[in-house]
Each structure stands twice: as structure tokens, then as C-alpha cells.
Design a protein around this ligand. Structure first.
Ligand code: NAD
Length: 478
């Protein structure tokens, strides 16, 4: 099997071969990917630093053309790249193709943004003086990504970084290097100069740590767990660099008595279980008022019975496998914890046999949960959701906000009054009304509040906040 190498200073560089394993069939090796060393990270950062001045001054049409070429190739290869993603991460083929298309849309969007960046001109308080505010690249950007969106998250960080004239060193999650490798290869062939984009795959504790410790990375964009995020923060504060963190969630979805039951059930099924529940925006707490509670639970259990768990690439599958043995162990531990805490496992939560060896778990629904239980407070990151019964909207809002996280919050209701109040008072970066808590647009800001996020928003035009720095220039005619 051919080794997929790291890209450092425009050259493909060998490394120890790591196996990318298919969670739908652990006998299947999706590909061999080089595991970089700390020295590889150092070389990549040096190459990016060397290239930074030239790329910062490159023409915006050149950047636009490269990003558009990448978008076109991603769109054209959506089936193939989607299949690679489904095989390495385990989300279903339609979800994986959808995520691939999303990556294409993001490159397409930032191709446009490359020629749309603006500044401001204002009058000075000193007569005769002009003031210009312009946005400049921040320099070398370090990007570290998680395993659950192997193509979309690298895309939504790399595209704005390159668009605004930064050089990049990216380290994808060790579990799923294939999708990032594919887009780096596309961008490299699209004509990026040597050193502008560097890929170092490998372990967080080795490659990631070497990146965190480098004073030559000017800004860090990180998505992953809270514990790793804290390391990114500590290292960045020490070195006085800019950083942006997107971390976990414990997202509430409120269902009020007046909700359309079918809408609420579809929002909950999608938000809690699609992508095997492995989304930072997953609805893991279903907060349901007492008048609709029993009907909601019965309809959920019935709907869950229709979901097929199986191979991600099988067209009959609705829920793919859990990503690996360690995540499977975590999911099963939390299912045991929920039961021991007194919640009732109303459906699922069992290993499912398939013809091939894989990490198949039926979606689990707890009822009779309360918001103090560990299953309601800690991020499980699997197909596990709990129903918390509340008496009315006020209690629902209080329970929804009683969490250390604040990424996404949803409500299903036909009441304008409650929808409006929830949009205003839900402590979350993103609020969904009669929509699943997961599933966002690419041209608007993404991010959370409280323990879920730190720093400026990602995506859309708001990405410029992080990937540029503002210069204020004063001019007097002399
Ligand atoms: P993780 O923190 O284990 O790993 C994330 C990345 O950090 C990986 O590339 C990993 O190799 C790297 N890393 C690990 N140790 C490191 C170190 N010492 N120094 C530098 N890098 C290091 O997270 P994960 O398990 O890959 O992803 C799951 C988590 O990501 C969940 O908590 C989920 O909520 C979160 N997530 C958040 C968002 C969001 O936008 N808020 C999106 C997707 C996933």
C-alpha cells in the first residue's frame, strides 16, 4: 500500500507508516499515512515562516484562483472523497458526501472573500490627518483538528487562513488523516507556493505539542476536546500568541407542549443520533415539558426502531459505527453510568453485530433523567441522549442553561413568544428554532459561549476577525 506523506516546504516527506482503519470493518486498512515527528513539525513551521512574507504580499487574484480550483476539484470528486471520509470516520455515505460538498462550498466562499476584503477610512480627530484601518495576515497559523469532521473542519480553518494571506501548518487527528491529506494534495496541485501550506500528520502529544511549543506560530486555531483546548490556551498565553478554541458541547433541545410532534421527533433523531451522535452540536439533552413528554418518548422509541445501524457505506444504513474502540468504551461507560444514576434506558445502547467487525452501537435514549446526572453534564460524544421532563417553559430554559457548555441550543415550539424568548435568553452561540441543534450554514458565524469556545467566531465573513490583524495608519500630507 502506498504511503501518504507529509507535505513540508512543498515536498512530500516520508515518515513512519500509520494505519488508517475503517471503523465499519476493522480488518480494512483505508490507507497508510506518515506519522510525523517533532522535527517534522519544526521544519514545517520554519518553511511557513520563510514563505509568510511572500504569501502575505501575493495578489488576491492568485489566492482566489487557487481556492476556486480547490473548490472545483472537491465538488468534482465528492463521491470519491465522501467515500474516503465514510470509510475513515464512519459517518454514513450521504453524510460524508454532504460534508465533502460543504468543504467545497467553504473553499468557494473564501475564493470570493479573497477579493472582497475591505478596510475603513475615517477622519482623524486632528484636522488634516487621515486614518486608514486595514486588515493584514497574522503570519503563520497552526491548525489542529479533531476526528469527527475530517474534511469540513480542516476546510473551514485552512480556507480563511490562506484567503487572508497566512501560511499554514496543519495537523489533523491521527485517527482520520485521509480527508485532510486529500485536500492538502488538491491545494498543493492548485498552485500554492512551497511552504505556504504544510501538513504534518501524527500524534497530538508529538506533532501537536511541538506546534504548541513553537514561538514561530503566530496564531492557533484549534477544534477538539476541552482538555486539549486548555493546553493550546496555556501554551499560547505563555508565548503571547492569538488563539481560537472550539470545544465540546452538551446541547439542549427543548420540546414544548405546543410543538409539532413530528418536527420535534425528527429534530431530536437528527440532532442526537445522526453522525452517530459524534458532533459537538449534538442534542444530548432533550428537555421536554410534561404535557407532551409521554407522546414524545413513545414517538422517539418508535422512530428509533426504524434506524438501521451498520456499515457507513451501506445504502440501508442510517447510523454508522462509533469511530474507534476507545470512543465505544466511553459510550458504553456512560450508558452504564446513566443506568446506575437512576435514568431508565428506554431504547438502544446495545452492541449490534454486523458481518464485518466494527464498532456498532444502537442509539440509546434515557428517560427519567435529571440535569444533575453525569449523563446530563458531561459530553459523551456518542449516540446517547437523555430526556429530562420539566413542568413549563421557564424550567426548560433554566435547565437548558444549567451547563458549563454553550455551543448550540434548540427549541421546538409553535409559540412566537417562547421562540423569541429562547433566542434571546438561551446561553449558546447558536440557537435553532424547529431545527436540529446540529447542521449549520457555511456563510455565517459558527461558535459558542461559556466552556464551548474561546476567541472570535469561525466561518463566514466573521472568520476575518481571527485570521487577520488590524492595522491603523495615520497620514498627514506633510
Ligand atoms: P482531542 O482534543 O482529543 O484532539 C483534537 C486534536 O488535538 C487532535 O488532532 C489531537 O491529535 C490533538 N492533540 C491531542 N493532544 C495534543 C497536545 N498535547 N498538543 C497538541 N495537540 C494535541 O479531540 P477529539 O477527540 O479529536 O475530538 C472530539 C472533541 O472535539 C469533542 O470534545 C468535540 O466536542 C470537539 N469538537 C468541537 C467542535 C466545535 O466546533 N465546538 C467541533 C468538532 C469537535
Amino acid at each position: 500500500m502506498e504511503l501518504h506523506k507529509n507535505l513540508i516546504n512543498g515536498q512530500w516527506v516520508d515518515g513512519e507508516a500509520g494505519k488508517n482503519i475503517n471503523p465499519s470493518n476493522t480488518d480494512e486498512v483505508v490507507g497508510l499515512y506518515a506519522r510525523g515527528t517533532a522535527e517534522d513539525a519544526t521544519s514545517a513551521i520554519a518553511a511557513a515562516k520563510e514563505a509568510a512574507h511572500g504569501w502575505a504580499r501575493s495578489g488576491i487574484l492568485q489566492r482566489q484562483a487557487i481556492l476556486r480550483t480547490a473548490a472545483d476539484e472537491i465538488f468534482a470528486r465528492r463521491e470519491e472523497l465522501g467515500r474516503l471520509l465514510a470509510r475513515e470516520e464512519g459517518k454514513t455515505l450521504p453524510e460524508a458526501i454532504g460534508e465533502t460538498v460543504r468543504a467545497g462550498q467553504i473553499f468557494d466562499f473564501f475564493a470570493g472573500e479573497a477579493v472582497r476584503l475591505t478596510g475603513e477610512v475615517v477622519q482623524s480627530i486632528r484636522p488634516g490627518v487621515g486614518v486608514e484601518m486595514t486588515r493584514e495576515p497574522v503570519g503563520v497559523v497552526g491548525i489542529i483538528t479533531p476526528w469527527n469532521f475530517p474534511i469540513a473542519i480542516p476546510a473551514w480553518k485552512m480556507a480563511p487562513a490562506l484567503c487572508y494571506g497566512n501560511c499554514v501548518v496543519i495537523k489533523p487527528a491521527d485517527l482520520v488523516p485521509g480527508s485532510t491529506w486529500a485536500i492538502v494534495d488538491i491545494l498543493h496541485r492548485a498552485g500554492l507556493p512551497a511552504g505556504v501550506l504544510n501538513l504534518v500528520m501524527g500524534r497530538g502529544s508529538v506533532v501537536g505539542q511541538a506546534m504548541l511549543d513553537s514561538p514561530d506560530i503566530n496564531a492557533f486555531s484549534f477544534t477538539g476536546s476541552q482538555s486539549t483546548g486548555q493546553k493550546v490556551a496555556a501554551a499560547s498565553v505563555k508565548l503571547g500568541r492569538k488563539f481560537q478554541l472550539e470545544m465540546g458541547g452538551k446541547n439542549p433541545m427543548v420540546v414544548l407542549d405546543d410543538a409539532n410532534l413530528d418536527t420535534a421527533v425528527e429534530c431530536a433523531i437528527n440532532g442526537a443520533f445522526f453522525s452517530t451522535g459524534q458532533r459537538c452540536t449534538a442534542s444530548s439533552r432533550l428537555i421536554v415539558t410534561k404535557g407532551i413528554h409521554d407522546r414524545f418518548v413513545s414517538a422517539m422509541v418508535a422512530r428509533m426502531g426504524e434506524l438501521n445501524v451498520g456499515d457507513a457505506c451501506d445504502t440501508a444504513t442510517h447510523i454508522g459505527p462509533v469511530v474507534d474502540a476507545s470512543q465505544m468504551g466511553q459510550d458504553e461507560d456512560y450508558i452504564a453510568i446513566g443506568t446506575s444514576e437512576g435514568a431508565v434506558l428506554a431504547a438502544g445502547g446495545e452492541r449490534v453485530d454486523n458481518t464485518a467487525p466494527g464498532f456498532f452501537l444502537s442509539p440509546a435514549l434515557f428517560t427519567e433523567a435529571n440535569n444533575q446526572m453525569r449523563i446530563s453534564r458531561e459530553e459523551i460524544f456518542g449516540p446517547v441522549a437523555s430526556v429530562i421532563r420539566v413542568k413549563d417553559y421557564d424550567e426548560a430554559l433554566a435547565v437548558a442553561n444549567d451547563t458549563e457548555f454553550g455551543l448550540s441550543a434548540g427549541i421546538c415550539t409553535n409559540s412566537l413568544k417562547y421562540a423569541t424568548d429562547f433566542k434571546r435568553n438561551a446561553e449558546a452561540g447558536m440557537v435553532m428554532v424547529n431545527l436540529p441543534t446540529a447542521g449549520v450554514d457555511f456563510h455565517v458565524p459558527f461558535g459558542g459561549t461559556k466552556g464551548s469556545s474561546y476567541g472570535s467566531r469561525e466561518q463566514g465573513r466573521y472568520a476575518a476577525e481571527f485570521f487577520t490583524t488590524v492595522k491603523t495608519a495615520y497620514t498627514h500630507p506633510g
